[in-house]
Design a protein around this ligand. Structure first.
Ligand code: B12
Length: 255
């Protein structure tokens, strides 16, 4: 099905890399439309190869192929939505079914992070006017940041100015940033059931400091639900980055 063809002999990677025309069968309709449009523009880089390299935890290949795709003018958003995110989601499934262990997670996470660093500045330039200022971080005791970074990139790509505090951020640091800045929305990311409580503590800290009304608060991360968001008094919840963009816009009256 895939007609393999070497395009960039000068590209140095640590394993043999071949590029394929994108197969347009056995795929969801949206993906087919997407890839047909890529073909129409003569783009050869295979999003599927990038996805597979994420699953294999092969950071050098992910980086090399992502660079090629960008050189071929594939929009950063398409690389994110159709290669990087599906790749890391597959890794999560393999971990949950016991086929992958921690080392594979670390390698895939690292590969994903390297690609995100590459496309981040480009995503910020690809879109829309400024909507507002968004402050975000992963809560204390939690170092997961892949999902948060995707949220950040999609917000930037949709006109937000984003300040990312990073991971393992204590409530006090969020409080200080909210106090000093003029942010419209605060996003709290928690990936562990245990660290959801840290998000709730952060909201309480803002309340205690009299800052709760200064900012809208969104919570997210795999274990977080709308019910829980309501329970802890957040203004918004989103299950993924596209939804986060919509909810954030609605919170500042720009939906
Ligand atoms: C990659 C990964 C890691 C990597 C993280 C690398 C990194 N830089 O982030 C490493 C190897 C470091 C890691 C470590 C650990 N992990 Co881990 N990890 C994962 C894994 C496989 C994928 C997470 C991920 O990136 N998903 C892909 C992204 C795109 O999805 P996402 O994070 O959910 O983000 C999306 C949404 O949630 C939302 N979102 C995210 N943040 C926000 C914020 C806001 C404001 C909004 C609105 C939306 C939003 O939008 C995002 C984009 O669409 C998950 C399994 C899974 N299926 O989630 C386990 C998982 C989260 N890890 C788990 C565990 C247990 C751990 C460890 C404790 C393992 C250990 N024994 O040491 C440590 C904890 C370290 C710590 N203190 O934080 C468990 C958590 C169980 C639980 N419910 O508590 C999971 C669920 C695996 C499992 N099934 O057991 N992990």
């Amino acid at each position: 099905m895939c007609k393999a063809r070497t395009l960039y002999p000068g590209l140095i990677l640590d394993r043999e890399v071949h590029f394929s025309y994108i197969a347009i069968t056995k795929k969801p309709t949206s993906s087919i439309i997407q890839e047909q449009s890529l073909q129409a523009r003569g783009v050869m880089a295979s999003l599927d190869e990038i996805r597979k390299a994420i699953v294999e935890g092969d950071g050098d290949t992910v980086l090399g192929l992502t660079k090629v795709a960008l050189d071929e003018n594939v929009p950063a958003k398409e690389i994110l939505d159709n290669a990087l995110v599906p790749g890391i989601q597959k890794v999560g499934e393999l971990f949950e079914t016991g086929e992958y262990f921690l080392p594979e997670l670390v390698m895939a996470g690292d590969a994903m992070t390297r690609a995100l660093e590459l496309i981040d500045p480009i995503l910020g330039k690809e879109d829309a006017p400024r909507i507002g200022k968004f402050l975000i971080g992963t809560v204390k005791d939690d170092v997961h940041d892949i999902g948060k970074n995707i949220v950040v990139m999609m917000l930037k790509g949709n006109g937000w100015e984003v300040t990312d505090l990073g991971v393992d951020i204590p409530p006090e640091e969020f409080r200080s940033a909210v106090e000093k800045g003029d942010f419209n929305v605060l996003g709290l990311s928690s990936l562990l059931t245990m660290t959801m409580a840290r998000a709730a503590e952060t909201i309480d800290t803002l309340k205690a400091a009299g800052l709760r009304d200064k900012i809208k608060i969104m919570v997210g991360g795999a274990p977080v639900t709308q019910d829980w968001a309501d329970k802890v008094g957040a203004d918004g919840y989103a299950a993924d980055a596209p939804a986060a963009v919509k909810v954030a816009a609605a919170l500042v009256g720009k939906s």
